[in-house]
Design a protein around this ligand. Structure first.
Ligand code: ADP
Ligand code: MG
Length: 398
């Protein structure tokens, strides 16, 4: 695990200009922020720094304006949401570099919080351009990165800045890294991983990394069909990447040579159509009708998975095991989430989960707050599960 400095190492910050990279790239629907979780998660860092008299200068991206000013992607409306969450004034500055930004920062008094405009209005951000990073650094004495969810990108504000100013991890970043360390880097064993979702092709690196690290790998969701088919099972009309049969076999061989138990579905819930209220039936995986598709794992598979979870000390989970958006194909994912949450609440399991749809499924099951840690990081979480170094984290230790 990478070593880095945290806010505990940062004393005497009164009057210092603190450039704090956060992730305010929140989902917006019809002009309203539909989920404020990311905003709430950065509150502790901002409060901590501001209460100690630091001048808190917040940096974030929002959307994909591709290096130009796009009014609809301004951070200004988000600054009001942040203000509500913080219960403290947040000054918004119309630019993230240049005279306007310099002036705003110059006017700050100790404890003030300023949010600078969307970093991605400048092409230098995503290009990790040194000159752009220097212009950002002009406004700070210290750099704090609290945006784990952007750490898989080497951008000026996530990577470049760390080389120009003394660099520290914020509280959210620190918590995320500590949770992930418990998940895979230094876990209590046995460790079980569940990987689901639609396709093997999007999760090859992840599967390959996991078979070398965990004691059991459960494969569910659409991607299990590719493994079943590779083994010679007829999966009917199920979503299946037949061209990846050899890859699936390679993963199975790799698992065996690493003494990682590979757990595939033994039964499945199938239907002729993928829509709400479609007639469905439960069959053994070797009895899938040729005109039907597998849309969830069956109850015997759920029992087998929960038995593994019961035996495990650590669970790492990405990807729903069924097409959970449509009932009744959510049943297995809900049952597994509920059991993992119970085990966690009883102190028997460390449970770490992440991924866009996985978080949605855990919310649907009412389990998000019962897991040890649910990462909101999306891409960064997946790259961590793939065992890849994250430039934003690496840079903090440089
Ligand atoms: P995450 O966003 O958590 O990384 P993925 O995007 O990989 O997860 O996978 C989620 C998607 O996988 C969901 O849209 C779900 O409907 C789909 N899925 C799960 N099981 C199946 C299945 N048996 N057939 C088709 N799609 C499935
Ligand atoms: Mg997804």
């Amino acid at each position: 695990m990478t070593q880095f400095k945290t806010l505990d190492d940062l004393t005497d910050i009164a009057g210092k200009r603190l450039l704090v990279r956060i992730d305010l790239n929140v989902p917006v629907q019809d002009g309203e922020v539909s989920d404020t979780t990311r905003i709430e998660r950065v509150v502790p860092t901002i409060r901590d720094l501001s209460s100690k008299g630091g001048k808190v200068i917040l940096l974030s991206h929002f959307g994909r304006p591709k290096g130009q000013v796009v009014d609809s992607m301004s951070l200004e409306p988000i600054s009001h949401k942040l203000e509500e969450a913080l219960d403290q004034r947040v000054h918004f500055c119309q630019d993230c570099v240049g005279d306007t930004a310099v002036r705003s920062v110059h006017e700050m008094v100790d404890g003030d919080v300023v949010l600078l405009e969307n970093l991605r209005f400048y092409p230098g951000e995503e290009k990790n351009d040194t000159e752009f990073a220097r212009r950002l650094a002009e406004n700070g004495d210290i750099y704090i990165n609290d945006a784990f969810s952007a750490a898989h990108r080497a951008h000026a504000s996530t990577e470049g800045l760390a080389h120009l100013l003394p660099a520290y991890a914020g509280r959210t970043m620190q918590a995320e890294l500590a949770a992930l360390e418990k998940g895979l880097d230094n876990p209590a064993r046995p460790v079980v991983a569940i990987v689901g979702g639609a396709k093997v092709s999007t999760k090859l690196d992840l599967l390959m990394n996991l078979v070398s690290k965990v004691d059991a790998l459960v494969i569910g969701g659409g991607m299990a069909n590719t493994f079943l088919a590779a083994r010679g099972t007829d999966v009917g009309k199920s979503l299946c990447e037949h061209d990846l049969a050899d890859t699936a076999k390679k993963i199975m061989i790799e698992a065996a040579s690493n003494k990682c138990a590979l757990v595939l579905p033994v039964d499945a819930v199938v239907a002729r159509e993928f829509k709400a209220g479609a007639e469905s039936q439960t069959v053994a995986v070797d009895a899938v009708p040729s005109d039907a598709m597998i849309l969830d794992v069956g109850p015997d598979t759920v029992s087998a998975i929960n038995e593994w979870i019961g035996r495990a000390s650590t669970l790492v989970w990405n990807g729903p095991v069924g097409a959970f958006e449509i009932k009744p194909f959510d049943a297995a994912t809900m049952a597994i989430a509920t059991f993992a949450a119970e085990q966690t609440e009883d102190g028997l399991l460390i449970s770490v989960a992440g991924g866009g749809d996985t978080v949605a499924a855990l919310n649907q099951a009412g389990c998000t707050n019962k897991f040890t840690y649910v990462s909101l990081a999306g891409g960064a979480f997946l790259e961590w599960m793939e065992g890849k170094p994250l430039p934003g984290v690496e840079a903090l230790s440089a």
